[in-house]
Ligand binder design. Sequence first.
Ligand code: PLP
Length: 217
Amino acid sequence: MGLSDIKTRIESEENRAGRSVGGVQLIAVSKMQPDENVVFVLEQGHRVFGENRVQEAAGKWPGFREQYEGIELHLIGPLQSNKVRQALELFDVIHTLDRPKLAQAIARLAEELGHCPSLFIQVNTGEEEQKAGVLPSEADGFIAVCRDLGLPVCGLMCIPPADEEAALHFALLGKIAKRNGLTQLSMGMSGDFERAVALGATHVRVGSAIFGARDQS
Ligand SMILES: *Cc1c(COP(=O)(O)O)cnc(C)c1O
């Protein structure tokens, strides 16, 4: 495993699926990784990273940005309304827009700050109670709400249920995106990113397969 191995596997899947090679963005998910692991991947020239907590990202990425040019940081975890300002200052892309209150807060602060990250709307494709995301049946309406607010929505994101065939969820996400004219799909993690690429992912979020197992403490 490791960065170059994952890149190779993404490219061969792009090939197999008849997609243009290099089109899929690899987001290296660095949450809970020690700094030396992140530096190791930065030193290999990779610049696109994902974090799932605003607080953790605020502690490590401003420093890395000073040392390395061209970093693109993605928020892939839940966003509380009271952390929106901090998130807008830290992240280039947010993958977890999932409710009207959050959409309003982002719109208001984006206007105040004069810039807004690109946004993915998270869809709870498995309709799991404990999971964030809009329900599939409410996705079209919520996308329209976000567009009315003038938000730069670029695509959809999902995290399939752990015990189900991920492909069904990837296909459903693609269908909802297509009927809403959205071209980007954030889907696929360490265990299923090749399947996601085959089903049209434009962004895969890969952590442990690049960095090794996370520190759980
Ligand atoms: C942690 C996380 C990932 C990466 O998970 P791995 O299995 O380590 O690749 C991807 N997406 C989200 C939303 C995550 O929280």
